[in-house]
Design a protein around this ligand. Structure first.
Ligand code: AMP
Ligand code: MG
Length: 307
């Protein structure tokens, strides 16, 4: 998926040989999942599903079925702000430094009817998925990095390792025994991603994921175009420039970060407050920051008492 995954394990020295084996196994489970779900992989189930759009249902392996169901849930929760079928209109935008392409209003209007998560047909009993209209397509870029980080976490836990931090291209999943130091992570400054962090979070077992407009963006005639699309209008969203979500697992936090980003600080925060175990920090384009009610308990200065 064009991403580097970094895994940090805290272990006793005598665990080293076993840890190496466990890391190799985690890597192979991640690769296996990517091979099933990534639309960049020519032989993935996702690619097969996209190719069969408007023609016939395709068999998808349980790993993909589960992610599609999860994506569907997040779409329902966010009233369509999160929508993996955004891709029919998303692919018109070529957000890149060299030869970027901005689609015309006509092109966007023609693709928008193909964007609707409610049209994706999932038959869990038969193990099939179907995109009923030609031209429909899905893209799991907003959720799958989280799924991959969680797959690595599950693999490490299965091998008896419970003190680790997995960073899958900015999607962070942690585990930490009660008697160990919590993990510390920086919050990226969206307007200076390589510069000093805005603050630090401490987490024990959970996930921290940030969606930012700086990840993939291009500025043309003073206007920034980025990779997170409002599925209702088929254009990059405006308002938020960064959303950081703390959640129980990386998949949920990843999908919610994108959903909150599209919803914006007001609606995003309202949704966040309804979800147990989820906190979020929104940064608006004017740099105003909005925190959900429990977020600050994870900020480092205040978190010494956090359990
Ligand atoms: P993230 O960095 O997790 O916010 O994911 C950004 C990626 O999600 C983009 O590069 C697209 O592949 C995909 N995406 C963009 N807009 C949406 C949306 N509204 N719903 C679901 N996925 C999206
Ligand atoms: Mg996401």
């Amino acid at each position: 998926m064009g991403t580097v995954v970094i895994i940090k394990l805290r272990i006793a020295e005598e665990q080293l040989p076993h840890a190496q084996h466990a890391l190799e196994q985690a890597a192979s489970e991640m690769k296996n999942l990517v091979g099933i779900v990534s639309s960049w992989e020519p032989d993935s189930d996702t690619t097969a599903l996209n190719k069969a759009a408007g023609m016939h249902p395709v068999s998808v392996r349980p790993q993909l079925m589960r992610i599609l169901q999860k994506a569907n849930n997040i779409s329902i929760l966010s009233d369509g702000a999160f929508d993996i079928t955004f891709s029919a209109v998303g692919e018109l935008w070529k957000i890149r430094p060299v030869l970027p392409i901005i689609p015309t209003e006509e092109q966007i209007a023609a693709a928008l009817p193909l964007v609707d998560y409610r049209k994706l047909v999932l038959d869990a009993d038969a193990g099939t998925a179907f995109l009923p209209q030609a031209g429909m397509q899905i893209d799991l870029g907003a959720i799958a990095k989280g799924s991959v980080a969680d797959a690595a976490a599950a693999s490490l836990l299965k091998n008896g390792f419970d003190d680790f931090m997995i960073n899958a291209g900015g999607d962070v999943r942690t585990a930490c025994p009660v008697d160990a130091e919590p993990w510390t992570l920086g919050i990226t400054n969206p307007r200076d991603p390589r510069g000093d962090v805005l603050g630090e979070l401490t987490v024990r077992s959970g996930a921290v994921v940030t969606s930012g407009d700086y990840e993939k963006s291009v500025v043309l005639e003073g206007k920034r175009y980025h990779h997170i699309i409002d599925p209702r209008i088929g254009k990059p969203t405006q308002g938020c420039i960064s959303v950081t979500v703390i959640g129980p697992n990386a998949e949920t936090a990843d999908a919610l970060a994108t959903a909150f980003f599209v919803l914006g600080p007001e609606k995003g925060k309202a949704l966040c407050e309804t979800l147990p175990d989820v906190e979020a920090m929104f940064i608006h384009s004017d740099f105003q920051t909005v925190l959900s009610s429990g977020f600050s308990s994870y900020l480092k200065e205040k978190s010494d008492t956090h359990k």
